[in-house]
Design a protein around this ligand. Sequence first.
Ligand code: DP6
Length: 346
Amino acid sequence: WVLMVTAQTPTNIAVIKYWGKRDESLILPINDSISVTLDPEHLCTTTTVAVSPSFDQDRMWLNGKEISLSGGRYQRCLREIRSRASDVEDEKKGIKITKKDWENLHVHIASYNNFPTAAGLASSAAGFACLVFSLAKLMNVKEDQGKLSAIARQGSGSACRSLYGGFVKWIMGKHDDGSDSIAVQLADEKHWDDLVIVIAVVSSRQKETSSTSGMRESVETSMLIKHRAKEVVPKRIVDMEEAIKNRDFPSFAHLACADSNQFHAVCLDTCPPIFYMNDTIIGCVEKWNRSEESPQVAYTFDAGPNAVLIARNRKVAASLLQRLLFHFPPSSDADLSSYVIGDKSI
Ligand code: DP6
């Protein structure tokens, strides 16, 4: 017999960034962060996990290619979920798995991203969130979402935020064991549904410096990161929570853009410096926002050149797409395509 579970998890985009760890193996951050989870039908990971007595080892395929599960992050997620497995019974198939059986059963995992892997579009976030969630369902783990988020965090920090929709805060926590470093939902997906997120995929190439090694180098060499984590982010988190609660777009846009820019300033302050972002899109959005009474679009960049643009409503999103296509016409060498989140028809 084979028992299977399939789950789909969207990616999330941080508007107050996580950058820097205080514990590398447990993945504990040096500051809180806030993100928005995208609509699941657009950028997401779909993962099927299967268990069968005929499987003789844990195996995983990512986008159709087998990958090694020997890395510490996969092992930790598998171990944490397995240790919380409970009895599973499927009467129709005549399957009965006891808590004890899970110790000796192996899983096969097949995971697909419908967007470029490791091009700075938080693929590890959706990937580990989906892995942890689907394994927890398969093994009948009875923990709450907060606990599952702490397990997903050990796969990739940003993954803990993808277990919720809407606006999500990852609380950095104080404990050495990471038990209070969890994600919480600030507002659900219906709270501010005027917003339209447009992602300009400037390049689908794999990024040169991974987030993991980039943030390690920043923690080791940047002075600015210390000031950011201690002085700047704590206040920004409070202000961002307030902006989200009040659906205050000018404050939201100001904070998101400033935080993205400071994160990239930290990257430049790293030795050797790290360059992720494409600044021509920033120039274009800044000019537009300044020509209006109040900001129309917020931008944020993760560890890659692709721009995440958040328009205050659908009308602005339509005009944004026109501007993007005018200023950055897709050509054979600049692979610019765009995803519109939340409304395919724009
Ligand atoms: C720039 O979560 O990919 O996207 O914890 O080492 O797996 P690891 O890093 P990762 O870093 C994400 C960094 C970021 C900002 C963010 O998502 O908050």
